[in-house]
Ligand binder design. Structure first.
Ligand code: SAM
Ligand code: SF4
Length: 474
């Protein structure tokens, strides 16, 4: 049995969430249309908003102002990110857990949960199944357990990277797991991880205590809040924050996320790379109150306002949400989605065991295949991307911020998106998706500024098609 490392905080850690202050901002914010428009103009100039400015947007609930917020978010998303959507898949590694989060099927008091940990051979098989449909980016997900320590996480990450077959390979592995200590982050960074994600779940202290009952590791609010600061201190400058919407007032959680992003930015000169905003889903054995569940309309406001508040932070929408809603909110600023996802352990090769599926961590709203999602994205005018260039070229953290600002994303990301799309079309797509994708590439090329970059890109697309070249990026 492995032992736990001591729960040591980062140097100078402090709890940056003041519940009373955030609540007062929510209660006192006045959505005067002139003020709202000033704030929208600030967002459009690609400046991050303050927590107080975000609170004003959250208070704006008249249909006209809400529509202005949506259309400004659409415009901002288009100018910063263009029409790319990055695709990934989750891979659940282990469902053992020492915590008792009331909302999660993996909670330790759920006697009906299926407890399983993938062996390294299982990890290889699941990875092959994902590669065979065309995935290039994964997020590995772990319960919190002494067995899932940094050495174990690093070993599973290495296994994913070394699993290759024909043109199939995973080029970026992100992590969603319990917070580590500085040494742990160094180990997983050595294994080549991309983003390390930790969701605070709820920033509201009292709710946090209620949904994490008992004396558990996760029950320590500050240790979790400080988790990504320790990552920065250990040299992991690519981190993802998140909140589980539905546990407490959605406005409070948005302010919590923005406070967290600004805190990291001020302390380390770099904000989070991504923000996730899962909505609470029914889960086997979970006990959840329903008073704070977030409606579709409110959820759309969450996404649009986050887009406006943190213009350069990627926003991740997961398959917990239904396909139609995913389609609608994509235009507000979501930059990454998962597709073809299975969240039952071993689900990419052992599909169909109804009993196991019923006991999965929570229910998914979108279970379409990667090919179907790709086709729909293309038909809606998005460029699906499997690009992993920035992280592999060391463009993370501060360097990413330098590049991300003006026009970089359009200049480099669009060509990289098109070449990874081309690879997908040649290697994995159905004939219908291939035809739609080729037409999209032609349209995008027609719009691309003439010059050296375009010539290089056209050469690369040809090399992928005719010479079997792969993994070419700017
Ligand atoms: N055990 C790690 C932790 O708690 O951070 C990582 C894995 S946990 C399975 C990943 C995320 O799933 C949690 O952070 C939580 O936000 C989300 N989650 C848990 N139960 C959920 C539910 N019923 N509906 C939607 N998301 C849920
Ligand atoms: Fe364990 Fe994470 Fe689920 Fe909580 S959310 S019970 S820590 S797996």
């Amino acid at each position: 049995m492995k032992s736990w490392p001591e729960m040591k905080l980062s140097e100078g850690a402090r709890d940056f969430i003041d519940d009373a202050a955030l609540t007062a901002l929510i209660e006192n914010a006045r959505p005067d249309p002139v003020r709202v428009r000033e704030i929208l103009a600030k967002s459009l100039s690609k400046q991050a908003l303050t927590v107080a400015e975000t609170a004003v947007l959250l208070a704006a609930d008249s249909p006209d102002l809400v529509e202005e917020i949506f259309s400004t978010a659409r415009e901002l998303k288009q100018t910063v990110y263009g029409n790319r959507i990055v695709l990934f898949a989750p891979l659940y590694i282990g469902s053992m857990c020492v915590n008792d989060c009331t909302y999660c099927a993996f909670r330790r008091s759920n006697d009906g949960a299926v407890r399983r940990t993938l062996s390294l051979e299982d990890v290889r098989e699941q990875t092959l199944a994902l590669e065979r449909v065309g995935h290039k980016r994964l997020i590995l997900v772990y319960g919190e357990h002494a067995e899932y320590d940094a050495d174990f996480i690093a070993a599973t990450v290495r296994k994913v990277y070394e699993t290759k077959e024909d043109h199939g390979e995973i080029r970026r592995v992100n992590i969603n797991a319990a917070p580590l200590d500085a040494e742990g982050y160094r180990k997983v960074k050595d294994a080549g991880i991309g983003t390390y994600q930790i969701f605070q779940e709820t920033y509201h202290h009292e709710t946090y205590r209620r949904v994490h009952p008992g004396k558990t590791r996760k029950g320590n609010y500050l240790y979790r809040q400080d988790g990504l600061s320790r990552a920065f201190e250990a040299g992991c400058d690519d981190v993802g924050i998140g909140a589980l919407f539905g546990l407490y007032d959605w406005r409070f959680e948005v302010l919590g996320l923005v406070s967290h992003a600004l805190y990291l930015q001020q302390r380390y000169g770099v904000g989070p790379h991504t923000i996730s905003f899962p909505r609470l889903q029914p889960a086997h054995g979970a006990v959840t109150k329903t008073e704070h569940l977030v409606s579709d309309e409110e959820f759309k406001r969450v996404i649009a306002i986050l887009r406006l508040a943190v213009p350069y932070t990627g926003l991740i929408l997961t398959a917990r949400e239904r396909a139609e809603l995913r389609r609608e909110v994509m235009s507000f600023g979501v930059s990454q989605i998962d597709a073809g996802s299975r969240i039952e352990l071993g689900g990419y090769t052992e599909v169909g065991d109804a009993q196991v599926m019923e006991k999965e961590q929570f229910s998914l709203g979108d279970i379409r295949s990667l090919d179907e999602v790709m086709r729909e994205l293309i038909q809606d005018g998005y460029v699906p991307s499997f690009c992993t260039a920035c992280y592999r070229l060391g463009r993370t953290g501060e360097h990413f911020m330098e590049f991300a600002i003006p026009g970089f994303i359009k200049r480099y990301c669009t060509p990289n998106a098109l070449s990874t799309l081309k690879e997908y079309l040649v290697d994995y797509a159905s004939s219908e998706t291939k035809a739609a994708g080729e037409a999209l590439i032609r349209d995008e090329l027609a719009r691309f500024e003439e010059g050296e970059m375009k010539n290089k890109l056209v050469g690369r697309l040809l090399a992928i098609e005719a010479e079997g070249k792969r993994d070419l990026y700017f």
